[in-house]
Design a protein around this ligand. Structure first.
Ligand code: NI
Ligand code: MN
Length: 229
């Protein structure tokens, strides 16, 4: 399996048999992005929540490719209104065995809505994803504050990779993400959701060094960097 970062909270996971999972595809309008959304051809898009910096390019990518969108029912209804039709709706605590692997929707301490014409459209609860793919366990926390749920996830799973927000302001900052990493007992942590906007500027190298003090490995990825596992 290959994991590739596209900036902000957007990752591609390419399974051993070539299935391309794309999480939170915010490319257009992301100053950190190095690619065009037109170049992404996922088989599946997974959405953690409905904020604009996570739904991102979902409508254009899914319209073009016909890929399946995995999301909470409220986002399914919203995106159906945008012309999409290939969905798998899930809700928090629920998991499903897809042909590419197992996906469980996990809790996130955040909100979820999208603004249109000056109104916030409610888009259900925010979430994260716990994925079991090619014998590895991958956790994408979504946008979240530090929560006790992470201790439970860490106790119940052997997490190989955890993508954790570190930007602060809207999510956990570096200090809380360090506590999250230890609660999750992740073998490897990949920081996300930082440096995209001025209010979420963080020093990922400092985070990485601090984690090492606790014996936790950290992989800081620049957009379009990735690794095999
Ligand atoms: Ni958000
Ligand atoms: Mn966000």
């Amino acid at each position: 399996m290959k994991i590739q970062f596209h900036g902000h909270a957007c990752f591609s996971i390419i399974t051993d048999n070539g299935t391309h999972l794309l999480i939170d595809p915010f490319i257009t309008g992301n100053s950190q992005a190095k690619i065009s959304a037109d170049t992404l051809n996922p088989d599946v898009i997974l959405l953690t929540h409905g904020h604009w910096d996570h739904i991102g390019d979902t409508v254009s990518i899914a319209s073009r490719t016909g890929c399946k969108v995995i999301c909470i029912p409220e986002i399914k209804t919203y995106l159906t209104g945008k012309g999409l039709s290939n969905f798998h709706a899930m809700n928090i605590g629920g998991g499903y065995q897809f042909d590419f692997g197992y996906v469980k929707m996990t809790p996130a301490l955040h909100s979820s809505s999208i603004e249109e014409n000056g109104q916030n459209i409610y888009l259900g609860n925010p979430a994260g994803f716990l994925m079991k793919i090619d014998g590895k366990t991958i956790y994408h926390a979504g946008d979240t504050g530090l929560s006790h749920e992470m201790t439970l996830l860490g106790n119940a799973n052997r997490i190989d990779v955890a993508m954790l927000p570190i930007g602060g302001n809207f999510t956990m900052d570096i200090n809380d993400a360090m506590l999250a990493a230890r609660a999750l007992r992740a073998k490897l942590v990949v920081p996300m959701h930082y440096n995209t906007f001025p209010v979420i500027e963080q020093n990922a190298a400092f985070f990485s060094n601090q984690l090492l003090n606790y014996g936790v490995l950290c992989q800081v990825l620049n957009p379009e960097d990735g690794f095999d596992m």
